[in-house]
Design a protein around this ligand. Structure first.
Ligand SMILES: Nc1ncnc2c1ncn2[C@@H]1O[C@H](COP(=O)(O)OP(=O)(O)OP(=O)(O)O)[C@@H](O)[C@H]1O
Length: 858
């Protein structure tokens, strides 16, 4: 399977990748094992057209050897930044810092600054060592000193609003700064952490919210300072009693960045501290002593969350909300969709997050919408979900996988507005929650909360359906107040916000994560229109040796169905509580899928361990599978004698197994010696003719361990309701009764049924629904709801080997990431052996010793 890796290439001039605008983002698609050297020229051309192959390549400050650095593996994973010719200005790996100064709350939160000793000045000025875009922070506000002996002190630098340490004012006289203590400057809270962290650079100095000059021009610091001293009623936290604090410990922006960059143990953790899922913190309330008090919103209770306020402050808060959701929930649990027409610059960083991959088979590269056409497509996909049954967690009450939809900007015409309204009203029950942004002036004494809320509803009507709305308030919009369904505002809290540079760094760090266990790294997130099963099985060149190795290391009965958005899709029919059902409209690829399943099973287990029984209700579509040495029987419904004999043998086999096993469940090789087994006969008929009826449908049993039996039954509808005049009409009932017996008790006895219609008995344990667009496109439905869609493997066509694919390097255009992917039509070859024939031939050779044993026993 080819893998895809998205990289950012910095040209000869280097630079720091603080946004999608600098450097060139590219998607490299190449077969597994391709080295950097194979694509280096194309990468250099993408970064600077006309430039030659560079002499040196760097990643994370290290020089790489292009020939021995494979794509898709560290450090060249999704989201990596490489620089050509010379190292980038990006922070490089450094010796472990003595301490970290973390900005844990405030309007420019999330910074993690490495301290190596000496004085560190904190202030609003760009020249400060720790610059903070916080309007209440003075240009040079306080200084932290790390002495050679590791001791820390802090002193105020004559700031307007003062500095406090754990609630105690700090003067110009340095006082000891204990690790873990909370340092407050303006609206920001900082914490020192010491200890030997990994040497990962995380300093994020880029000021991204309005720069110091802008804020200074619009707001004299002293006036804001006075306002704080005589705060307005709406901005005073002590006026509103705080509710019971939510349980659990709450992540702060600096900790979240570190978790993402270092893939810390808390990434996607199931929080043992009891923090409820899908709950986000929008700000904190400072208390005289003790930790910051988190103000949180539970999306499952609120339904949807509205956020209103001015420009960058609003996006900074929304970035923080989305980042928290992404760091707390894996992509298997959380899907993020961004419907933000015209706002690619603001929101393209989301594209690095694994949560925006179209795992449900949506027709796009990423779940982004930067123009109205893309917005219409995303909204259509989402509203279609309202009609589908919600995905339930096993044993759980609520939907197992939820979707958070960021809505920013005008989604389009009346149809799209109506779709948004439907999602706002009915989405939460289906696990779809909106995060609606409304750009309004902040709530101030001149514009009370009620007016701001009304303005937000006018600006973004869906806000009216949001169970909770966060309103940014105060002259500089650094305070947030939550308004619930009762219309009562909650406590005023310092709004937490993070910068675009922070968000980009955060999202890139998560980019390589989120592949399910066993998926190929960098597996393409977009479903192909055609999949060669042998590629999905990693058997592009199928040889007897490769098969014997697989057969030897088999565990269970792995059945690879095809490829999903994250790599091969595998099920285990032996673990299904009932038959496996393959449904779909005519021509959707059911017969082909049954053939693929036969091939996939034959690749998993040797003929000694597995026998296949192929049953056809009307056509002759499974005939290619009869070539497999595993096939013990190929029955078609035109021969009543063989049909009855088959039904009799199958029922006898079930009875015999039940007698041998008693109360025990079938396990691999548990039963052997003196036990007869069913071995493969070949039906004597040639293609298109009914097989001759002289032979029993299954060969004489011989001694040996019990193999598993898998019955693959196609066109079972024709057996359930045989057409008048069909030759097998009379015998169809006996076959159906035998299949029903397998459905009922087969699994316990190691006999499994894969069928296109339920014959009765135990209901299907696993359903595969082919959609028919394109042929072979299918979704897997477990008992707990829908799982990702996949493209079923093809075995009877002649698909050229994809292993010969040449690597491609394509510039990434984020504005087009929400479009359907460009598809290269797969041309099937006109001649040459089919893949089922290739595998059957290799399997026959691989099974030679087995067959010799079997023959001697017959
Ligand atoms: N996985 C696949 N990949 C590509 N093409 C496929 C795939 N499966 C089926 N097709 C194409 O679709 C055609 C119909 O497939 P198939 O006969 O398996 O469908 P079906 O559901 O069994 O239909 P029917 O029962 O009406 O015959 C095939 O001839 C093939 O060209």
């Amino acid at each position: 399977m080819p893998i895809q890796t998205r990289l950012t290439v910095l040209g000869p001039l280097g630079g720091h990748p603080t946004g999608s605008g600098s450097g060139t983002d590219v998607a490299v698609t190449a077969p597994e094992g391709t080295s950097l050297a194979d694509v280096l020229g194309a990468l250099a051309t993408a970064a600077a057209p006309g430039s030659g192959v560079p002499g040196a390549v760097y990643c994370e400050g290290r020089r790489l050897d292009p020939r021995s650095t494979p794509l898709g593996h560290p450090p060249l994973v999704d989201g990596a930044v490489i620089s050509l010719h010379r190292p980038a200005d990006a922070p490089s790996r450094v010796t472990p810092p003595a301490a970290r100064l973390m900005v844990v709350s405030g309007p420019d939160a999330g910074g993690v600054h490495l301290l190596h000793g000496g004085e560190i000045r904190v202030g609003r000025s760009a020249g400060a060592d720790v610059p903070l875009d916080d309007p209440d922070v003075s240009r040079l506000h306080c200084v932290v000193n790390l002495a050679p002996d590791g001791s820390l002190t802090v002193a105020d630098l004559g700031s307007t609003n003062g500095t406090t340490l754990d609630g105690v004012p700090v003067t110009a006289d340095p006082v000891p700064l204990r690790p873990g203590a909370l340092l407050r400057v303006g609206e920001s809270a900082l914490r020192i952490v010491t200890g030997d962290g990994p040497p990962e650079p995380v300093t994020d100095h880029a000021p991204a919210l309005p720069g110091p000059e802008q804020t200074a021009a619009g707001r004299p610091a002293r006036r804001w300072g006075r306002r704080r001293a005589g705060a307005t009623a709406s901005a005073r936290p002590e006026r509103t009693p705080l509710p019971e604090p939510p349980p659990g410990d709450w992540p702060d922006p600096a900790g979240v960045l570190l978790t993402a960059v270092e893939s810390g143990p808390r990434l996607w953790e199931n929080d043992p501290s009891g923090r409820p899922p899908f709950t986000v913190q929008v700000g904190t309330v400072p208390r005289a002593a003790g930790p910051l008090y988190p103000i949180t919103v539970d999306l499952t209770a609120a339904g949807s969350l509205g956020l209103a306020g001015p420009g960058e402050r609003l996006t900074g808060l929304a970035r923080w909300v989305l980042a928290q959701l992404a760091v707390l929930h894996p992509p298997a649990v959380l899907e993020i969709v961004a419907v933000t027409p015209g706002l690619a610059r603001e929101w393209s960083w989301l594209g690095w997050l694994p949560h925006l991959r179209p795992l449900r088979g949506q027709d796009c590269r990423l779940l982004l919408a930067f123009d109205r056409r893309q917005a219409a497509a995303r909204l259509r996909e989402l509203t279609e979900r309202l009609a589908a049954p919600p995905e339930r967690a096993p044993g759980g009450a609520g939907p197992s996988r939820r979707t958070v939809v960021l809505l920013d900007g005008d989604p389009g015409g009346s149809e799209q507005h109506e779709a948004v309204a439907r999602l706002a009203a009915h989405g939460p029950q289906a696990g779809v929650h909106l995060l609606c942004l409304a750009r309004t002036p902040p709530a101030t004494p001149a514009s009370p909360l009620a007016d701001t809320l009304a303005a937000a509803r006018r600006e973004t009507p869906a806000v009216a359906a949001c169970g909770t709305v966060g309103l940014l308030s105060g002259a500089m919009a650094t305070t947030v107040r939550l308004v619930g369904p009762d219309g009562e505002p909650g406590a005023a809290a310092t709004a937490d916000a993070v910068s675009p540079a922070w968000a980009e760094r955060f999202a890139r760090s998560l980019a390589p994560h989120g592949q399910p266990a066993g998926a190929a790294p960098g597996a393409p997130s977009v479903l192909p229109d055609s999949c060669r099963l042998l590629d999905a099985l990693s058997l592009s060149r199928v040889t007897p040796v490769a098969l014997r190795e697989r057969w030897a290391r088999r565990s269970g009965l792995p059945l690879v169905l095809g490829t999903g958005p994250q790599g091969p899709v595998t099920v285990d029919p032996a673990r299904s509580p009932g038959p496996v059902l393959v449904e779909g409209p005519p021509g959707s690829g059911r017969t082909e899928l049954l053939c693929s399943m036969a091939v996939s099973l034959a690749a998993a287990a040797s003929p000694a361990d597995l026998a296949l029984l192929l049953v056809e209700g009307s056509k002759d579509g499974l005939r290619p599978g009869a070539e497999l040495p595993h096939t013990a029987c190929h029955l078609d419904a035109r021969d009543p004698v063989r049909m009855r004999a088959f039904a009799q043998s199958l029922r006898a086999e079930l009875k015999r197994r039940a007698a041998v096993l008693g109360d025990r469940e079938f396990t691999e090789h548990a039963v052997s010696g003196g036990v007869r087994r069913v071995v493969a006969p070949r039906p004597a008929g040639r293609s298109g003719e009914p097989p001759e009826s002289t032979e029993p449908p299954m060969r004489t049993p011989v001694c040996g361990p019990l193999p598993r039996l898998v019955v693959l039954a196609d066109d079972v509808e024709a057996l359930l309701d045989p057409p008048l005049g069909a030759p097998g009409r009379q015998a169809a009932g006996s076959v159906i009764r035998a299949l029903r017996a397998v459905a009922e008790e087969g699994n316990r006895l190691g006999v499994h049924l894969i069928t296109t219609a339920e014959p009765g008995g135990r209901p299907a344990g696993l359903r595969i629904r082919l959609t028919g667009r394109p042929p072979g496109r299918a979704e897997l439905l477990g008992k707990d709801g829908s799982l990702p869609v996949f493209q079923a493997g093809r075995v009877t066509g002649r698909i050229p080997r994809t292993a010969t694919l040449r690597p491609t390097v394509v510039p990434l255009d984020w504005t087009r990431a929400g479009d359907p992917p460009a598809r290269r039509p797969v041309r099937e070859l006109g001649n040459g052996p089919t893949d089922v024939a290739l595998l059957a031939s290799a399997a026959t050779r691989a099974a030679q010793p087995d067959q010799a044993t079997a023959a001697s026993l017959v």
